[in-house]
Design a protein around this ligand. Structure first.
Ligand SMILES: [Ca+2]
Length: 263
């Protein structure tokens, strides 16, 4: 594992494929079905699952996502990314990046063997009538990203962010990336050590209980804005070439998380 990127056991396994949506221009029923698995992982350079090279320790990281879609290329070019799209899932998934949980369950669906030019994940809080799966923290009703950790000085902090934007992944190659008719295990790796401006984190004053709360409803909007930019840029879509549910340094990055804000 020494030459590998250390992967924190993240836990989202999304099996992506042709979904149930009828939105927009959808790809037709594939005859040569492939299958895509998409697992989200927190990635760090250091061995020792929770400790990052900047002294920060992460105990729990929850993400709430839905409306996962893939766009096919048209005329073999990813820059004109307006081909038919696949709706992979519209359901909510709650991913915990440290303890390898994905709730309520892995999602699976077939996928067409062709080339793709964009991946979309939408951060979203649940609708009022949606039940949270057992095990998901109640705060996920109001926030899409929930992080519990400690600074290098052991002061605990909690980040609760209500970002409901789309997380786009743009392809590394002009021609996009290809999924085959067999299994296509993919990983979304998030570089945890790039998430925080450590000087800014260390400068935050703990509250009376000795901990730090960074909340979308609170006054630390500058910190949150900087975190969200880092969070979005930290994400990459990778091919899990050896299908071991772990990201190795040798595995190809297919697409890069974007800070673009388009909807
Ligand atoms: Ca691997």
């Amino acid at each position: 594992m020494s030459t590998d990127l250390k992967t924190l056991t993240l836990s989202l396994t999304l099996l992506m494929g042709l979904g149930s949506s009828c939105l927009g221009t959808e790809v037709g029923n594939p005859e040569d079905d492939g299958e895509v698995t998409l697992q989200l992982q927190g990635v760090s350079e250091l061995p020792g699952a929770l400790s990052l090279n900047n002294g920060v320790t992460l105990d729990e990281v929850w993400l709430s996502i839905r409306d996962t879609q893939l766009w096919t290329t048209s005329n073999g070019r990813a820059d004109k990314c307006n081909g038919p799209k696949l709706t992979l899932t519209q359901e909510h998934s709650y991913a915990e990046l440290i303890s390898a949980q994905e709730l309520p369950s892995p999602i699976s669906a077939p996928v067409e063997a062709t080339s793709y030019c964009k991946l979309k994940l939408k951060l979203a809080t649940p609708d009022a009538n949606e039940q949270l799966p057992e095990g998901v923290p109640p705060a996920a009703r109001d926030y899409t990203i929930i992080i519990q950790g400690k600074r290098a000085d052991k002061v605990p902090f909690e980040l609760r962010v209500r970002d409901q934007r789309i997380l786009w992944f743009e392809p590394m190659q002009e021609a996009g990336f290809t999924l085959s008719s067999g299994r296509n295990p993919l990983l979304i790796g998030l570089q945890l050590s790039s998430w925080f401006d450590v000087d800014a984190l260390n400068a935050l004053e703990p509250g009376e209980d000795g901990s730090i709360l960074i909340d979308s409803d609170g006054p630390r909007s500058v910190f949150i804005k900087d975190f969200l930019m880092r969070f979005r840029r930290s994400a990459g879509l990778y091919q899990d070439a050896n299908a071991d549910d772990q990201l190795q340094a040798s595995e190809h990055k297919l697409a890069q998380g974007s800070d673009e804000d388009e909807d």
